[in-house]
Design a protein around this ligand. Structure first.
Ligand code: ACM
Ligand code: ZN
Length: 551
């Protein structure tokens, strides 16, 4: 009898322990996106309040402490004192080891974050941010936990197109904040377009006095139901650019500027018509587009699409202009990389331009079964610009069209027309950033039926699950080729995104899915688990005051 009672008590105790384990009684739920490599929940919690110190010694750790404080101040209304000694409170340390991994140990007496690099320590504080309750309060309970973590891919980027619509400096900074909050590290800034040139170049003031402004914008989906007849534009001064680049650097984010060539140069051509093959031919609006204002001469485009009026590849003055522009742009950006576009450059003008044809003859370029002579001329254009940029100690990135007619020797390829271009480039031993339109074009609507105007116009959509399950590194590559996939990026093209609220609506929650796709290999991801964590993340979007789809 006694033996039976003993067994029963033992069983009950075991069952209780098992229940504690399964239901994690007493432990707070951990809901971090992107999901760390390893999370072990422990008993107890750390209480963060106004008297908690942050211990930070190095310049980087102090910077990271200040950023954490600024988050606390913005969303919880208080900040913490930063001290240089101690073992209690939030203790930040940065080792100089390889990679951007970190560990986070939280127990009732301290939260210790140790990064392998400053970026790693910063990512540790981003995880800490996600351990904070989503409700505001002055006493914040953080579960005891042991986290070890590191990103899968080195390049984790977001592009913002400020050409189709101009976004104010404050929003560009907010966009950078969002990149940081998702443990991403590259901001690709698409600065020049047919619809507007957005960066001050002191040697060519008309780029921003003329090229940054259009006389109107189409209403609704292309070709539009009319024109709003409002002068529209804006640009960033070099001082603003420097400020934004420094703001990003503090958040361990590199800004890569994009100066488009030889296509999508309509803003520059409106300012300096000699850049066109045919300076005297007026800008032609696309078919069916209602135009506002002046129809004479070169004009900044008022509708979306791809235009035939591109930079002339025959005239030396084009290259002089682009080199002058880059001489001002490159020093503003510490990035080792500059993006020079290369996409969507129709060859119609080059085919009938005496200067371009003369260049083709002089270079002895000939069309063959694979490409026309004009495609090889584009390759000459990009390779010539690459030589110039390499001579300044920098490397180029180009959209996958730069494969056509032969890649520039040191170019990194950004694969946007699916992943095909990226695969081809990796096989040619070139570095690749994957940004396939069918997985990560965030201008595509999120649901099959969308009320607001989008580029996909209810014909196509990009749901969050597809973003989440994106296999960034294609299976068809060999082990060696896989190493050339630097990472991935989502693009926010802004034809139909004219304001920050709409931008956020298109970004979220897909950006959370993207962050996990870039942080963890596909076999380590689980969409159902992600969806649960996303519910908490949505509350965090609310805390930030961010708009999102599925609110
Ligand atoms: C692109 O979407 N034209 C790169
Ligand atoms: Zn030409």
């Amino acid at each position: 009898m006694a033996h039976k009672t003993q067994t029963f008590v033992m069983r009950a105790i075991l069952c209780f322990i098992a229940c504690l384990f399964v239901f994690n009684i007493g432990a707070q739920e951990i809901s971090i996106i992107p999901q760390p490599q390893s999370v072990v929940v422990k008993d107890g919690s750390f209480t963060l309040n106004r008297s908690t110190p942050i211990v930070a010694v190095s310049k980087d750790d102090k910077n990271i402490a200040a950023l954490f404080n600024s988050y606390l101040k913005s969303y919880y209304g208080f900040s913490l004192r930063v001290v240089s000694k101690g073992t209690k409170g939030i203790v930040l340390t940065t080792r100089s080891a390889s990679g951007d991994g970190y560990s986070l140990e939280a127990d009732p007496s301290a939260i210790r974050i140790a990064g392998n690099s400053a970026a790693g320590t910063f990512y540790g504080t981003q995880s800490l941010i996600q351990l904070l309750p989503v409700e505001k309060g002055s006493t914040l309970s953080i579960p005891a936990v042991s986290i070890t973590d590191a990103p899968d891919l080195a390049y984790r980027g977001m592009m913002l197109d400020v050409g189709r619509h101009y976004f104010p400096v404050d929003f560009v900074k907010k966009y950078i904040d969002y990149i940081a909050l998702h443990k991403m590290n590259y901001f690709h800034w698409h600065l020049t377009e047919d619809q507007g040139w957005r960066i001050e170049i002191k040697k060519y003031p008309k780029l921003t006095s003329v090229g940054a402004w259009r006389n109107g914008t189409i209403i609704g989906n292309f070709p539009g139901k009319g024109n709003d007849h409002k002068k529209y534009g804006g640009f960033y001064t070099q001082a603003e650019v420097k400020d934004i680049v420094a703001y990003a650097a503090k958040r361990y984010i590199t800004v890569i500027p994009e100066i488009e060539m030889p296509g999508h140069g309509g803003g520059a051509i409106a300012a300096y018509p000699y850049l066109s093959c045919f300076p005297d031919e007026p800008t032609r609006p696309a078919k069916g587009v209602s135009w506002s204002g002046e129809v004479k001469g070169k004009q900044v485009q008022q509708a979306w699409g791809v235009y035939e009026d591109v930079f002339c590849a025959g005239k030396e003055t084009t290259f002089k202009f682009l080199e002058d522009v880059l001489n001002e742009v490159l020093p503003l950006f510490p990035s080792k990389y500059v993006h020079i576009g290369g996409d969507e450059c129709p060859k119609k003008h080059w085919e009938r331009c005496p200067n371009c044809q003369k260049r083709i003859r002089e270079l002895g370029i000939k069309g063959d079964g694979k490409h026309t002579a004009e495609h090889y001329l584009q390759s000459y254009f990009i390779q010539r610009m690459e030589k110039f940029i390499n001579s300044k100690g920098k490397n180029i990135i180009g959209w996958d069209e730069i494969l056509e007619g032969g890649l520039a020797p040191n170019a990194t390829v950004m694969s946007w027309r699916g992943e095909k271009g990226g695969i081809t480039a990796a096989r040619q031993k070139h570095q690749v950033i994957m940004t396939p339109n069918n997985y990560v074009y965030f201008d595509y609507q999120q649901s099959p039926k969308e009320d607001s105007v989008t580029i996909t116009n209810n014909r196509n959509h990009l749901p969050i699950e597809k973003v989440y399950n994106w296999k960034v590194v294609p299976d068809s590559l060999s082990t060696e080729e896989r190493k050339l996939i630097w990472g991935g990026q989502a693009n926010l093209w802004t034809e139909y995104i004219s304001n920050p609220k709409k931008a956020e609506y298109m970004l979220f929650p897909r950006m959370s899915a993207l962050s996990e796709a870039l942080w963890k290999p596909v076999q380590d991801r689980n969409f159902d688990d992600f969806k649960k964590r996303l519910e908490t993340q949505k509350k965090r979007y609310d805390l930030w005051g961010a708009n999102y789809f599925g609110k």
